[in-house]
Design a protein around this ligand. Sequence first.
Ligand code: HEC
Length: 96
Amino acid sequence: MVAWDVGASPQAVATADVLATMSARCEACHSERPRLMWKAPGGLVLSSVDDVDRNAAAIYRTVVQSRAMPPIWNVTRMTEAERAQIARWFAGRPQL
Ligand code: HEC
């Protein structure tokens, strides 16, 4: 049992599943043509499995640890289940 163990099988969450969550909750700002911003903040685009993979640590930090994203009191209404999904996914990733 480790600190980040959230009680489910870690390998249950694929990066593609996380991408679906990013599309629903993050892409309004973090995409090439964001709907809610004139450009992706910090140049951070989360539109492919590769983007999600490359930014795994930052996603985990902002969604699970600091909960700074989604901003403006969770403007895109990310659910607790989705945050838990990100936590499980991150815990199950090979640590680079
Ligand atoms: C309403 C627009 C908006 C949405 C939706 C949004 N972000 Fe952001 N994001 C921002 C802005 C603006 C910044 C830059 C300012 C800041 O850091 O607060 C940012 C910065 C970031 C950063 C870099 C900040 C750092 O501390 O390194 C990450 C990582 C990030 N967002 C991830 C996400 C994820 C993951 C989601 C979806 C769960 C998300 N964001 C949803 C607007 C948004």
